[in-house]
Design a protein around this ligand. Structure first.
Ligand SMILES: NC(=O)C1=CN([C@@H]2O[C@H](COP(=O)(O)OP(=O)(O)OC[C@H]3O[C@@H](n4cnc5c(N)ncnc54)[C@H](OP(=O)(O)O)[C@@H]3O)[C@@H](O)[C@H]2O)[C@@H](O)CC1
Ligand SMILES: [K+]
Length: 531
């Protein structure tokens, strides 16, 4: 599990060490980790360390201090180093160390900004050490103008080098991921002590590049993470596995209320997603013409009639491909929510549900649908506001509805009403395609049907009871992302259609399980044919 924290949490975690007089030790560890990461990245790109150029943009605080100490280390390794001091002062000891190592100092206040930006943009490595966790708001004044000019010079031209953010890209809010422009997009962010939540949530994640965490000795001092990400080991541990004597009912039945005359395909794709995600059986309820299409495409699905209450299931999927005029289907969706069973509620169901819900109801809006939901509950966020502050918006929606809320995006966020948030970024931009959300709803529905009642299962994987529905949804998002990526990889990175996500899921599922349970599989493999 990758745990991310707010800037404030990181500063609290540092406090005992600062009180013990270890501030400089922490900074040296951070700076050394930054310099090592720069060297590794240069080598990975086939560039020499000796003789390559590095420009470090520094602010007046400790973030600038990290950058200067790191640059001193790189100067000692033979790099041509320039520090651009953007403020009227700089961390004195770090600046002295940098000058002793032979680095060149330029003051933003003395230079022509255009020329300075052009020179900096040409460096093999640009380190952004202007603002860190102590920043209030974004870059200002001439520092903002310089960063904007460097970003401009790097776009469009074949900029040779790469950008490394020190702790976080300056202008990205460490707590929320909100972005105050201008921000210099990093290829790599080297962050200290722990990942910051704002690096893993959009839009901050758009500017963070790859994130590497450098331990500095504060790691034992953290409490509850602000954001968590399931890694392959967590996914393997959370995946449902059928008992030896399982039957289709014990493995979980998912009821699907989806599709309409206008969008019959959504029902098919939701069922395909569910079937690929290990459910024992799918029961479909919907208009006869849609049911015919579902039967034709997925003969495994049992098509039923009647009210939701007439059908025995372990979980429901409601809403994909439904509109406000689909009264019978919407009534089924409401009945499903009232049944007390786990429900994933998508698309057309979202505006039709009661305002007060429960954690076992998983809402799966995109940004526009989340804005509409928040407006219905008295907020004034529009789609742009949700996209500018995804973490805050998803948390707010979970708190207001009492439901688990999954916000779809490049980073899919899932907030539990009790407070925990998961953020998954396993996919590819090719997943932004019609029907992709229907497959996601199917996958989550299937997981709810299989895992819903098994509280212990989550405890073993380190997920507290209050966050288990969010963990199921995050698991679904991770599988969906990985399946989409695998489908695209199979086409050498080419585009995918939504059905391809479902098709590639069983293989992705098997691969993740095999990676983390290789030993177990190997030991038992000889017994497989006997069953
Ligand atoms: N604590 C430790 O020992 C360790 C900390 N570490 C590192 O320190 C970083 C945090 O350092 P920090 O607290 O000094 O804050 P930082 O972000 O560098 O700069 C803030 C300074 O800039 C100013 N300022 C504020 N907003 C501004 C703005 N919008 N535009 C312009 N200026 C602005 C503000 O001054 P003020 O305006 O308040 O006078 C303040 O002086 C952290 O990210 C990590 O890299 C690691 O080395 C590990 C050990
Ligand atoms: K920075």
């Amino acid at each position: 599990m990758i745990s991310a924290y707010t800037g404030t949490q990181v500063r609290h975690a540092e406090e005992p060490l600062l009180a013990a007089g270890l501030g400089d030790v922490l900074m040296q560890r951070a700076a050394h980790g930054l310099a090592v990461a720069v060297i590794r990245e240069l080598k990975a790109r086939g560039l020499r360390v000796y003789g390559s150029s590095v420009a470090v943009l520094t602010g007046k605080g400790n973030n600038g201090g990290d950058g200067l100490y790191a640059a001193a280390f790189l100067a000692a390794r033979g790099m041509r180093t320039t520090a651009i001091l953007t403020a009227d002062s700089a961390h004195p000891q770090a600046l002295a160390a940098f000058e002793r190592a032979g680095g060149r100092v330029r003051h933003l206040s003395d230079a022509a900004p255009g020329g300075l930006a052009a020179d900096t943009a040409r460096a093999d490595v640009v380190i952004d050490a202007v603002l860190g966790t102590g920043a209030k708001g974004g870059l200002r004044g001439s520092a903002a103008a310089l960063i904007a000019a460097i970003a401009e010079a790097r776009t469009g031209s074949a900029a040779p080098g790469f950008v490394v953010a020190c702790d976080l890209p300056s202008g990205v809010d460490a707590d929320t991921g909100e972005v105050a422009q201008p921000v210099l997009a990093a290829d790599l962010t080297v962050t200290f002590g722990a990942a910051k939540a704002g690096l893993l949530a959009d839009p901050g994640a758009d500017f963070s590049g790859r994130v590497e965490v450098v331990p500095i000795g504060i790691e034992e001092n953290f409490e509850r993470p602000a954001l968590r990400r399931l890694d392959d080991g967590d996914i393997a541990a959370l995946l449902p596995r059928p008992e030896r004597r399982a039957h289709k009912y014990s493995r979980g039945v998912l009821g699907v209320v989806a599709g309409s005359a206008d969008y019959p395909g959504a029902a098919v794709l939701a069922c395909r997603g569910a079937l690929a995600a290990g459910v024992g059986m799918v029961r479909y309820l919907g208009p006869p013409e849609v049911a015919d299409l579902v039967r034709e495409s997925c003969p495994e699905v049992v098509c039923s009639t009647g009210a939701a209450a007439d059908n025995r299931v372990q979980a429901w999927l409601v809403g994909s491909g439904m509109g406000p005029g689909d009264h019978e289907q919407l009534q089924r969706a409401r009945d499903a929510v009232e049944s007390g069973l786990p429900v994933v509620a998508d698309a057309g169901a979202l505006p039709a549900l009661p305002d007060a819900l429960a954690p076992h109801v998983v809402l799966t809006p995109h940004a526009g649908e989340l804005a509409a939901l928040l407006q219905r509950l008295g907020g004034d966020e529009d789609r742009a506001a949700v996209e500018a502050g995804t973490l805050a918006a998803v948390r707010r929606a979970a708190a207001l509805t009492g439901a688990t809320v999954l916000l779809k995006g490049a980073t899919t966020l899932v907030a539990a009403p009790a407070g925990g948030v998961f953020g998954q970024s396993d996919g590819t931009p090719w997943l932004a395609t019609a029907g992709s959300g229907d497959v996601l709803a199917g996958i989550i529905g299937a997981l709810l049907a299989q895992l819903g009642s098994d509280v212990e299962h989550f405890g073993k994987a380190g997920v507290e009871p209050g966050a288990r529905w969010a963990a199921v949804a995050a698991l679904g998002a991770a599988l969906h992302g990985k399946a989409g990526r695998a489908a695209s990889d199979a086409c050498l990175g080419g585009p995918i259609a939504a059905g391809g996500i479902a098709d590639s899921l069983p293989h992705v599922w098997g691969k993740v399980s095999t990676l983390s349970n290789g030993g177990i599989r190997k030991r038992n493999s000889h017994s497989q044919p006997l069953r």
